[in-house]
Unconditional design. Structure first.
Length: 260
C-alpha cells in the first residue's frame, strides 16, 4: 500500500499557466451525465500529474476530478485553484480524499446561481448598456476603451481568483462571502434599469416625435420599470406583467391611434 507524499513538488509557472488557460475550455466536452466534468478533469490534469507521483494515487485523483461538476464559467478558475489546493493537502496526508467531492457539492451550485445573477444578469448587462450609450453618443474612442477595460477586468478577475483559490484553498470562500455579491447584483440591476431609460431617452431625442408618438415612449419606459421593480419588490416573474402590458398597449393604440 502506497504512503502519501508529505511534500509533493510545487507547481511551476508553466504548469499553473497551462491549468489557467485550460479553464477557458471547461465546457468544450459538455455532456448530460457529468456536465462539465470532463473539461474540469482536463483542466486539472497538469497539476494532478505533478502533485500525485504515485500512479495509483494519480488515477484516484483523476476519478475524483471526473465526478459530476457544473458551475458558472467565470468561477471555474477559482474552483480549479481550490481543487488543486485540496489535492495537494490530500497528497500530504492532511485531508481525506472525500473532501474534494464534499467541497464540490457545497460550492459549485451555490456559485453557479451567484454567477448567473451577478455576472450574467447584472454585470455583463451593465457593461453592454454603458457601451451602447457611448456608441450612440458618438464617443467611439471611449467605447473601445470601455470595452477593453471590461474585457481585461474579467480576465484579471479570473486570474486573481485562480491564484487565491490555490493559495488559500477553501478559506478563500470566506473572503468571497465578504464581497456580498448577491446584494451588489441587485444594486447593479437597478442601475441597469436607469441606464436603459437613458438609452431610450437618447433614442427619443434622436428620432423625435414624428417617428414615434411621445406617449409610446413613456408607456414602454414605464412598462420596463414596472417589470423591474415589480419583480424586485413583489417577487413575481416578469412574465406575469407581459399580458397586462400588451392589453394596455393595444388599448392605448386603439384610442390614440399611435404607431406600433
Amino acid at each position: 500500500m502506497s504512503t502519501p507524499e508529505r511534500y509533493p513538488p510545487a507547481l511551476g509557472f508553466r504548469v499553473m499557466l497551462s491549468i489557467f488557460l485550460r479553464t477557458y475550455l471547461v465546457g468544450a466536452n459538455y455532456n448530460t451525465r457529468g456536465m462539465q466534468n470532463v473539461g474540469l478533469a482536463m483542466t486539472l490534469e497538469p497539476g494532478l500529474h505533478v502533485i500525485h507521483r504515485d500512479v495509483r494515487e494519480l488515477q484516484k485523483a483523476r476519478r475524483r476530478a471526473l465526478q459530476h461538476y457544473n458551475t458558472h464559467p467565470f468561477w471555474t478558475p477559482l474552483l480549479a485553484g481550490i481543487f488543486l489546493s485540496l489535492e495537494r493537502d490530500i497528497a500530504r496526508g492532511v485531508l481525506p480524499a472525500p473532501m474534494v467531492q464534499r467541497v464540490k457539492n457545497t460550492t459549485t451550485y451555490t456559485l453557479s446561481a451567484l454567477g448567473d445573477s451577478f455576472f450574467s444578469g447584472a454585470l455583463l448587462v451593465f457593461c453592454v448598456l454603458i457601451l451602447t450609450l457611448l456608441l450612440t453618443g458618438g464617443w467611439l474612442g471611449l467605447g473601445w476603451l470601455w470595452l477593453l477595460c471590461c474585457f481585461s477586468g474579467i480576465h484579471l478577475f479570473k486570474l486573481m481568483t485562480f491564484l487565491g483559490g490555490f493559495r488559500d484553498g477553501i478559506a478563500y470562500l470566506t473572503r468571497l462571502k465578504r464581497w456580498n455579491l448577491i446584494d451588489w447584483s441587485q444594486r447593479i440591476k437597478l442601475i441597469n434599469a436607469g441606464l436603459l431609460l437613458m438609452f431610450w431617452w437618447r433614442l427619443w431625442t434622436e428620432l423625435g416625435s414624428e417617428a414615434v408618438p411621445w406617449w409610446a415612449w413613456f408607456f414602454w419606459s414605464a412598462a420596463v420599470l414596472l417589470c423591474v421593480f415589480g419583480s424586485f419588490w413583489f417577487r413575481l416573474s416578469r412574465l406575469w406583467f407581459v399580458p397586462i402590458i400588451l392589453v394596455l398597449w393595444f388599448g392605448l393604440w386603439q384610442v390614440w391611434g399611435g404607431n406600433l
